[in-house]
Design a protein around this ligand. Structure first.
Ligand code: ZN
Length: 289
């Protein structure tokens, strides 16, 4: 049996399962962890959800996601920051070391992307002391540029690394092959981020053609992304953190039975998630011999 201890399924992959059912199904298939979404956690109740996850023995690589801060109205913006503080507390409650930041982009009617990006940076700088006190990292996840108009103005790995540098301690990177596979700077960015700043790694596949901009990610192995390349690169970097499958699939996987989806996730990802073999001098000698 494969070692799935570092492997997590992000629960959006099984959109139709409640938190309770997702936890039960993942644990039954031997999956190590669950990436949790705030709306499912709220539906379960934060304390009850935390207990459920703990009792099943699952780890939580991250809580998804931060609340959008693309709000020109000052009162609404303050409320969004307050909601983000609540989510940082929720992450701490379920043992998630990272809150994934998806901050929105342009406010309604706005065209100034530079200002939108500055607003996000200001918001994160303001949230950072709270995050540090909660013991939860702010995980910057660059989203594919096709989302730059609405979901997120953080769009390349290099941009997020620079932001990480400016914000400092308490921040890191959430790398997602779906968002970054096209970017010639992505591999270099992973190396530059290093194990300290790489918080979790998301898998799915890029389908050609993409039929729905928002919700047509493929099962690992069904698209054009070279997952083995990233597995080897992560091993070279020395990354031994979480590896998490995350599929938005309105047209396919969300229509299937959750149990089947989890089974296929495990089947496809098992070859990619083996714990990194730490080479001791004796094991290196054995390989040479
Ligand atoms: Zn992701």
């Amino acid at each position: 049996m494969s070692d799935l201890s570092r492997f997590a399924i992000n629960q959006i992959t099984t959109k139709n399962l409640s938190l309770d059912l997702a936890v039960e199904t993942y644990a039954r298939h031997g999956v190590g962890g669950i990436g949790v979404w705030m709306d499912y956690l709220d539906a379960a109740g934060i304390a009850a959800g935390a207990k459920r996850i703990r009792d099943a023995g699952l780890f939580v690589p991250c809580l998804c996601t931060s609340a959008w801060v693309n709000l020109a109205d000052p009162a609404a913006y303050r409320a969004a920051l307050e909601e983000n503080r609540r989510r940082l507390d929720a992450a701490a409650a379920i043992g998630a070391p990272t809150l994934v930041v998806v901050p929105g982009s342009l406010a309604t009617g706005e065209r100034d992307l530079v200002a939108a990006r500055q607003r996000v940076e200001d918001a994160l700088a303001e949230l950072l002391p709270y995050a540090l006190a909660a013991g939860v990292k702010i995980g910057l996840e660059p989203l594919h540029p096709m989302f730059a108009g609405d979901r997120s103005c953080l769009n390349t790995f290099a941009q997020c690394l620079e932001l990480c540098d400016r914000l400092g301690e308490g921040t890191g990177l959430v790398a997602d092959v779906y968002h970054c596979w096209w970017d010639p700077e992505f591999p270099k960015g992973l190396v530059a981020a290093g194990v300290e700043r790489l918080l979790t790694f998301h898998l799915s596949d890029w389908l050609t053609p993409t039929r729905d901009v928002y919700q047509d990610r493929g099962m690992v192995g069904d698209g054009v992304i070279d997952h083995a390349y990233y597995r080897d690169l992560l091993n070279r970097i020395g990354y031994d953190g979480p590896i998490e499958i995350e599929i938005f699939s309105r047209l396919d996987w969300w229509q299937r039975d959750g149990d089947e989806t989890v089974r296929v996730c495990v089947e496809r990802c098992a070859p990619l998630v083996a714990p990194r073999v730490r080479q001791t001098p004796s094991s290196v000698a054995a390989i040479r011999a």
